[in-house]
Ligand binder design. Structure first.
Ligand SMILES: N[C@@H](CCC(=O)N[C@@H](CS)C(=O)NCC(=O)O)C(=O)O
Length: 219
């Protein structure tokens, strides 16, 4: 059996993507929490980026959440998290790329930008991205992003929606209720056992993000 060590922090949405993949695949692992408010020297020595998540599987050391999840898919093929067809896999990867390059930056940008004068363009970008997502979901059969089965696409997006309570609390930004398909998908995701066992409530996130939105910790 492989020895898997998973370095993470409960407040990190990127680490949450990997925690969900490990749960979906029922991969036995050792979770190691890294304090992001005071990253220890041993972690800087271990990690090439100093960021979480980081996964060590026997001799392999992998970082970047969506790369780790693809690695898990390769090494632990049980409970597949990518579609079987090449085109299905390509579509899934296109959505993951979209999440990383468009959706996530505006989502996190609105939380971490301390200059309120700069919020409007970020809000506009987030509105636009949510419209695009709603349209994409409306064109798919559901209930998951890619259809009947949960995939790495769901796992790439979901953590940022669980963190959306922070946008609401600190920035007054609500997910528009008109995005019916998105809200249905969120309700389905919240029911998954992987989410049920790993989710945190709004109070946890609001407290954990406080030093960032107040500027006492840089991002
Ligand atoms: N692109 C990376 C982002 C990872 C990331 O930004 N992690 C944050 C926590 S959410 C971190 O470790 N920050 C510590 C630091 O930058 O010093 C991924 O997908 O894994």
């Amino acid at each position: 059996m492989k020895r898997v060590r998973f370095y993470s922090n409960d407040v990190c949405p990127f680490a949450y993507r990997v925690r969900l993949a490990l749960a979906e695949k029922a991969v036995e692992h050792e979770p190691i929490s890294v304090d992001l408010n005071a990253i220890p020297d041993w972690y800087y020595r271990l990690s090439p980026t100093g960021k979480v998540p980081l996964l060590i599987c026997d001799e392999d050391q992998v970082w970047e959440s969506t790369v780790i999840n693809e690695y898990l898919e390769d090494v632990f093929p049980q409970h597949p998290l990518l579609p079987a067809s090449p085109m299905g896999r390509a579509r899934a990867r296109i959505w993951i790329e979209y999440c990383n390059s468009v959706f996530q930056p505006s989502c996190c940008g609105l939380v971490f930008e301390l200059d309120r004068q700069k919020h409007q363009p970020i809000r506009d970008a987030l509105d636009e991205s949510l419209e695009f997502i709603e349209q994409g979901l409306a064109e798919a059969p559901g209930p998951y992003w890619m259809g009947e089965a949960v995939t790495l696409v769901d796992l790439a997006f979901y953590p940022f929606f669980e963190h959306a309570c922070v946008l609401s609390y600190y920035r007054g930004y609500e997910l528009p209720s008109r995005h019916k398909r998105l809200h249905r998908w969120l309700a389905v995701m919240r029911e998954r056992p992987s989410v049920q066992t790993n989710c945190r409530d709004a109070d946890f996130y609001i407290e954990a993000y406080k030093p960032y939105v107040e500027g006492s910790i840089g991002h």
